[in-house]
Design a protein around this ligand. Structure first.
Ligand code: PRX
Length: 637
C-alpha cells in the first residue's frame, strides 16, 4: 500500500510544503500516525536550538523493528525484504522474505540477550555487506541496544577510538569480507583493535571467508553456533521511548577525532520512511538498490531502515562496481529487475570511463528512478547517468543530506518536482533552509538573481541528530553555535530565484573524497604520527573521479634518501591510523609552511597551489616567510 503521506503531484508538493510551514506539529502528527506505536506520544515537538534540546514525539513508545518487520507480516510475509547479491556473481543470491527476516532477527536478538546484551548497551559492528549486517542492526534495535557501525575499511586504530568513545562492551564482526578480487581480513583487524581493551565482554564472529582467525576463549564466539542454539520463537520487541538512542555513527568534522552522531528512535524512523517514500516515490513490489555500504549513513537510512519501514524490497550488494568488470551494476539491475538505483557521483564518474558495451549488454528497462548522493554531481556525470542508464526516461533525484540529518533534506521528488542537472532543488516538506553570510545575516530571497551563502536550517525535522555521544557541548559548538538559533550544515550553497538549491560543497576543513567525509585535521594527525614528520598541512583539490583528492604538504625532519620510499611510508602510516580511504593522493615535501605571524597556517594559499593556481595567490605580505610560497609553487606535484 502506498502510504497516505506520499505526495502525488507538483501542486500537492507546494500545498503540503505550505501546510508544513504553517503548522509543522500538526503536519508531523498526521504523518507519525501512520506508524505502529505501542503508545501514542504526548507532545509532538519540544525544541530549543541553543542548548540544543530537541524532542520529537515525546512520551511515545515503540520499537522500530516492529515497524520495519512485524507490521508487514500480515500482508507481505512472503515478499522479499532483502535480496543479497554476493561479490562473486557465480555464488548464489540470497532472498530473505519478511517472514524469514523476522525469524532471523528474533534469533539474533535471542543470541544477544543470552550473551548479556541489554537495552542501552552499545554494540560495535564491523562487518562486510552481508545480510547478517542488516540483521545485526535490527537485532540490536529489537533488544534496545545502541548500534555503532564502523565501516569495514577503517583501521584497528579507528575501531579502537570508536570503541573507547562509546564504551562498547559487545562486538559483532566477521572473519573477513570479499571486495572485488580482494579478501579483506576483519577479525584480525578487530583483534589489533582489542589489544589492551579489557571492557569488551563478547565478540560475535560471522564466518564468511573461512580464513583462519584466532578466537579468544570465553570472549569470542561463532555467530552460527550461537544462532543454532536459540529459540525459534518471537523475540518480544523492547519497548523504547521515542527519544531513546537508536544508533551512533561516527563522522568527521573540521577538528579533532570523528564524533559520534546520535540518532533517536521515533524521529529517525519517521524521517527515513517519509523521505524514502516521497523522494523515490516507492511503489509496492519495487526493487530498491542502494549501492552504499551500511558502514555509512546512506546504508543505514536507505538500505535498512527507510525501505524496510515502508515494506520495500531492498537489494544489498557485497562487492564493488568494477568486479568482475565495469558492467556489474548494470548486470545486477537486469538480474534482479531493479526499479530504483541510488548511487554516488564518484561511482558514476568511475564507470563513465569504460566501454559502453558494459551497459548495452544488459537490459535496463526495469529502472524507473535514478538517485545520487554524497557529493555535488557535475553536469557531465549527471547527463551521462540520465542518458546512458536512464535512457532519458528516468528522473534523476539529486539528494542532499548528511550523517547528522538522518535522511534526505533537499531533493527533487521523482517525476513530481522537476529535476535540474547539478541541483538538489527543493527542500522536503518540513525542512526550512536558509542561506546566511559570514556574519550570520540571512541572505534574502531574490526574485531576479541567484544568491549564495552558507546553508543553515532554521527549524527542527524529526530525523536530525540529537547530540554527539558523550560530549553534548561538541554538538552545540559544531552545529548550533556558529549562527545562533540555526543548525549550520557546514556546506555552501546557491539558490536560484525559484528557490532551487545547488550545494557547492563544504566550507569548513572537511574533505569529501569519493563521497567519504574526511577531516583534514585527522589526516594531518595521522601523517604527524610518522617519526620523520615535523609538521604537515592537508587540503583538498579537484579530482576527476573522486570529486576531491587529498593533497599533503609535509615537512620531513631529515634529508630522506629516497622520496618515493618516504611517501610509501607515509601512506602506510595513514592507512594504519585511519584506513586506506584517507591516503593522500599527492604528497609534497616542503621545508616550511606559509604561516601568519601568529603561527596560523594559511590554508587558502595551500589550497590554491594544490588546485593548480600559481599566480593569483592573494596577499602574502602578512606571512612570516613569504619566500616559502615560491618554493612550494616550484615543487608542486
Ligand atoms: O557536503 C555535503 C555532501 O556530503 C556531506 C555529508 O557527508 P556525509 O555525512 O558523509 O553524508 C553523505 C551521505 C548523505 C554534505 O555536507 N553531500 C551529500 N549529498 C550531496 C552533497 N553535496 C552535494 N550534493 C549532494 N546531493
Amino acid at each position: 500500500m502506498v502510504p497516505n503521506f506520499q505526495i502525488h503531484s507538483k501542486e500537492d508538493y507546494h500545498r503540503i510544503y505550505e501546510q508544513s510551514r504553517l503548522d509543522p506539529e500538526g503536519f508531523w502528527k498526521r504523518i507519525a500516525e501512520e506508524f505502529y506505536w505501542q503508545k501514542k506520544w504526548d507532545k509532538t515537538l519540544e525544541w530549543n536550538f541553543d542548548a540544543p534540546e530537541i524532542k520529537w514525539f515525546a512520551g511515545g513508545k515503540l520499537n522500530i523493528t516492529e515497524n520495519c518487520i512485524d507490521r508487514h507480516l500480515a500482508d507481505k510475509s512472503d515478499q522479499p525484504a532483502i535480496i543479497w547479491e554476493p561479490n562473486n556473481p557465480s555464488e548464489n543470491t540470497r532472498t530473505i522474505s519478511y517472514k524469514e527476516l523476522h525469524n532471523d532477527v528474533c534469533k539474533f536478538a535471542w543470541v544477544l540477550q543470552k550473551n548479556g546484551v541489554k537495552k542501552g548497551d552499545r554494540v560495535l559492528i564491523y562487518m562486510g555487506m552481508v545480510p547478517e549486517l542488516a540483521m545485526a542492526l535490527l537485532a540490536c534495535a529489537r533488544i534496545g541496544a545502541i548500534h555503532s557501525v564502523v565501516f569495514g575499511g577503517f583501521s584497528a586504530q579507528s575501531i579502537s577510538d570508536r570503541l573507547h568513545d562509546a564504551k562498547s562492551e559487545f562486538i559483532i564482526t566477521q572473519d573477513g569480507t570479499y571486495r572485488g578480487a580482494k579478501v579483506i581480513p576483519l577479525k584480525p583487524t578487530m583483534d589489533d583493535a582489542l589489544v589492551n581493551c579489557d571492557f569488551v565482554k563478547k565478540v560475535f564472529v560471522l564466518a564468511r571467508t573461512n580464513n583462519p582467525v584466532s578466537m579468544i576463549r570465553d570472549r569470542d564466539v561463532w555467530l552460527e553456533e550461537e544462532l543454532s542454539g536459540v529459540s525459534e520463537e518471537d523475540f518480544p520487541a523492547e519497548i523504547m521511548d521515542a527519544e531513546d538512542p537508536l544508533f551512533i555513527l561516527y563522522t568527521s568534522g573540521s577538528t579533532g577525532k570523528p564524533k559520534g552522531v546520535v540518532h533517536t528512535t521515533a524521529g529517525y524512523m519517521v524521517w527515513t520512511a517519509y523521505s524514502f517514500s516521497n523522494v523515490f516515490q516507492y511503489q509496492p513490489g519495487e526493487i530498491h538498490f542502494c549501492t552504499a555500504d551500511i558502514g555509512w549513513i546512506t546504508g543505514h537510512s536507505y538500505i535498512v531502515y527507510g525501505p524496510l519501514c515502508m515494506g520495500a524490497t531492498s537489494l544489498m550488494f557485497e562487492g564493488i562496481p568494477t568486479y568482475p568488470d565495469a558492467g556489474r551494476f548494470w548486470e545486477i539491475v537486469e538480474k534482479h529487475q531493479v526499479n530504483i538505483l541510488y548511487t554516488a557521483p564518484t561511482a558514476i564518474r568511475s564507470l563513465m570511463a569504460f566501454d559502453k558495451n558494459h551497459i548495452h549488454r544488459n537490459n535496463l528497462d526495469s529502472l524507473r528512478v535514478l538517485g545520487t548522493v554524497g557529493e555535488p554531481i557535475n553536469e557531465e556525470a549527471w547527463q551521462w547517468y540520465f542518458k546512458n542508464i536512464g535512457k532519458e526516461e528516468c528522473p534523476v533525484v539529486d539528494t542532499w543530506w548528511q550523517t547528522e540529518t538522518g535522511g534526505i533534506l533537499i531533493s527533487n521528488l521523482a517525476d513530481i518536482t522537476p529535476a535540474i542537472p547539478t541541483m538538489a532543488t527543493l527542500p522536503l516538506p518540513g525542512v526550512f533552509p536558509l542561506l546566511v553570510d559570514e556574519s550570520g545575516k540571512e541572505i534574502a530571497a531574490d526574485s531576479e538573481k541567484t544568491v549564495s551563502g552558507n546553508l543553515c536550517i532554521r527549524f527542527p525535522w524529526p530525523g536530525m541528530l540529537r547530540t554527539t555521544w558523550g560530549d553534548h557541548e561538541r554538538c552545540r559548538t559544531n552545529y548550533f553555535a556558529t549562527y545562533p538559533g540555526l543548525y549550520f550544515t557546514g556546506d555552501g550553497a546557491m539558490r536560484d530565484p525559484q528557490g532551487n538549491y545547488r550545494i557547492t560543497g563544504r566550507v569548513d576543513d572537511v574533505l569529501n573524497v569519493s563521497g567519504h567525509r574526511i577531516g583534514t585535521a585527522e589526516v594531518e594527525n595521522a601523517i604527524n604520527m610518522h617519526t620523520g614528520v615535523t609538521e604537515s598541512a592537508v587540503v583538498g583539490y579537484p579530482h576527476d573521479i573522486k570529486g576531491q583528492g587529498i593533497y599533503a604538504y609535509v615537512i620531513f625532519n631529515h634529508l630522506h634518501v629516497d622520496e618515493e620510499v618516504t611517501r610509501r611510508d607515509l601512506l602506510e602510516t595513514v592507512t594504519r591510523v585511519i584506513g586506506p580511504i584517507a591516503k593522500p593522493d599527492k604528497i609534497q615535501f616542503v621545508s616550511g609552511l606559509p604561516k601568519t605571524r601568529s603561527g596560523k597556517i594559511m590554508r587558502r594559499i595551500l589550497r590554491k597551489i594544490a588546485e593548480g593556481e600559481t599566480e593569483n595567490l592573494g596577499d602574502t605580505t602578512t606571512l612570516l616567510d613569504p619566500q616559502i610560497v615560491e618554493e612550494i609553487v616550484k615543487g608542486k606535484m
